[in-house]
Design a protein around this ligand. Structure first.
Ligand SMILES: Cc1cc2nc3c(=O)[nH]c(=O)nc-3n(C[C@H](O)[C@H](O)[C@H](O)COP(=O)(O)OP(=O)(O)OC[C@H]3O[C@@H](n4cnc5c(N)ncnc54)[C@H](O)[C@@H]3O)c2cc1C
Length: 379
């Protein structure tokens, strides 16, 4: 559901623009429904005078992936099953790409046939926008008339997008506890924060001129994190010259914070790599596999990244002709009873095309296609 970020002239309520739905055919084709998952919770502790957010839901996601990886180990009928050992609290301080070894902060060293790096985003050029992320527990939201309206259908099942002058917000109910999740795009902070630190400025200071709902959410928000949106330079290659080390996920293709697809694209990377490596244990083929991974995955990741950036640009258009044309077109669609995104204008149609491309993909099938067309002939 789309709204103007500022309230309208008649009152302080959000100015509703219209509705865009994902068609049932799309969800059927993708073989499922969609689920809003929280990646953080409210708790935080003081440590070294800084607050540190404890991201329980991010841990839940890690636990799901961890259990899946460890389960593989015990699946004796799967020829590809290997021994998975997970070291926690293990910071890598050095990688030797030629020797294919890593050194940990503890001084411990590990050698391997191949190394897959899935670590953090590199610092790059700030775009001037930052994303504040926070959660409002359901119990708190239900105590306030304005916030409680978020739990009314159909709002309760939607991502509520507020579009303003150089700013935007995405609000949804997420997780099994049905808390309110807020992602606020703001030009009012230049802080270089992280996901695990509390933002230096309160979200109320950066919400700007908005409406009753957003102001209420900011007033009752728990601790927020603030992560800058940056333009990242592209790596020349995701695979080291030695052919033994590759990067995946954020380390290969950092996405803007609060992107819709950052997690799923990172998981796709892992699924693709896992599938091609499942065919053989021949370590002579590692370099070929890693290059096949980059060749297949890079165009898709670049496409989705551009789509995410375009969406942010679309939601945060500055006031002016383009913004007025966007709003007029969406309102006209709504009045005509059609999806607000189904306008012929390229600015809008691309969003719908992107959805189709993103969800009509299966990483294991993509990996199998490479194996059937190329990989199997060399084994
Ligand atoms: C705690 C946390 C909370 C997050 N919350 C949000 C959120 O609210 N909204 C949002 O849009 N995105 C959030 N993200 C980012 C989002 O989860 C990622 O964009 C997405 O999961 C892509 O996953 P990834 O595995 O590529 O990278 P990440 O999920 O960022 O994982 C990278 C991992 O590498 C580890 N690491 C980094 N350097 C080293 C090193 N030298 N040695 C060993 N390990 C290292 C990090 O500790 C981290 O666990 C969060 C990420 C983290 C880690």
């Amino acid at each position: 559901m789309f709204y103007k970020y500022d309230s309208n002239e008649e009152g302080p309520d959000p100015d509703y623009i219209g509705l865009s739905l994902w068609h049932p055919e799309l969800l059927n084709d993708a073989r499922g429904d969609f689920l809003q998952m929280r990646v953080r919770s409210l708790d935080f502790v003081n440590r070294d005078k800084r607050s540190r957010l404890i991201c329980h839901q991010h841990r839940d996601l890690l636990r799901i992936l961890y259990n899946a990886a460890v389960k593989e180990k015990n699946t004796q009928d799967n020829a590809s099953s290997g021994v998975v050992t997970v070291h926690f609290d293990a910071e890598v301080t050095k990688i030797d790409c030629d020797a294919c070894s890593v050194t940990m902060r503890s001084g411990e060293a590990h050698r391997a046939d191949a190394i897959i790096g899935a670590d953090v985003v590199r610092d790059d050029v700030p775009t001037g926008l930052s994303v504040y992320s926070t959660v409002i527990p359901k119990a708190v939201a239900m105590e306030h008339e304005e916030l409680a309206k978020l739990y009314e259908y159909p709002r309760s099942k939607m991502v509520n997008v507020f579009m303003g002058h150089n700013r935007a917000a995405k609000v949804s109910i997420a997780g099994k506890d049905e808390d309110v999740l807020v992602g606020l795009y703001t030009p009012d902070s230049s802080e270089g924060g992280t996901w695990t630190e509390e933002a230096a400025r309160d979200i109320q200071e950066v919400v700007g001129s908005s409406n009753n709902l957003l102001e209420g959410l900011a007033a009752h928000a728990g601790p927020s994190s603030c992560v800058q949106i940056q333009d990242h330079s592209e790596l020349d290659s995701w695979v080291s010259k030695s052919g033994k080390v590759a990067v995946i996920g954020e380390a290969a293709h950092p996405f803007p914070p609060a992107s819709t697809h950052a997690c799923s694209v990172a998981i796709e990377d892992g699924a693709f790599i896992g599938k091609i490596f499942s065919h053989t244990r021949n370590s002579d083929r590692i370099e070929e596999f890693l290059h096949a991974f980059e060749k297949h995955r890079r165009p898709r990741c670049a496409y989705i990244l551009q789509a995410e950036k375009k969406n942010i640009g679309f939601f945060t258009l500055p006031g002016g002709e383009k913004q007025a044309a966007r709003d007029a077109s969406m309102r006209a669609n709504q009045a005509a009873g059609v999806d607000v995104m189904e306008a012929p204008e390229a600015d809008m149609q691309h969003i719908w095309d992107d959805f189709a491309k993103v969800f009509g993909y299966e990483p294991a099938d993509d990996a199998d296609e490479w194996w059937v067309s190329w990989g199997r002939f060399r084994d």
